[in-house]
Design a protein around this ligand. Structure first.
Ligand code: FES
Length: 115
């Protein structure tokens, strides 16, 4: 009755690694770091994709638009940004086998210099 709240944290399982429970409203990345789990990251503001992970199951609320940062294929495969995703249910995530290097993509998008 009193003191009851709908807000709750959720269990986040990182396939083949570990699990932790988020605080209400906490992002996946912040929950992992608070729990002492080495989760790849850099900017923490949705600008680098270092925290990119695949949502295997469950639901998240995304705080920012990720479509400018992830490829069409990554979006279709359910990739999310850990620093911009707040669990809305228990979730299972898969981390990429290798760290994501978005600088490569950024340089590929540059307009070539005129001759
Ligand atoms: S840490 Fe840079 S986008 Fe998440």
């Amino acid at each position: 009755m009193f003191g009851w709240s709908k807000k709750q944290g959720y269990e986040v399982v990182i396939e083949g690694r570990s699990s932790f429970v988020t605080e209400p409203g906490e992002t996946v990345l912040n929950g992992a770091l608070r729990s002492g789990i080495a989760f790849p990251h850099s900017c923490k503001v949705g600008g680098c994709a270092s925290c990119m992970c695949q949502l295997v199951s469950g639901k998240v609320k995304e705080l920012t638009d990720k479509t400018y940062l992830l490829t069409k294929e990554e979006l279709e495969q359910g990739f999310i940004l850990g620093c911009q995703s707040v669990p809305r249910s228990n979730v299972t995530l898969r981390l990429p086998a290798r760290p994501v290097a978005r600088r490569d993509r950024g340089s590929a998008r540059r307009i070539p210099p005129t001759p």
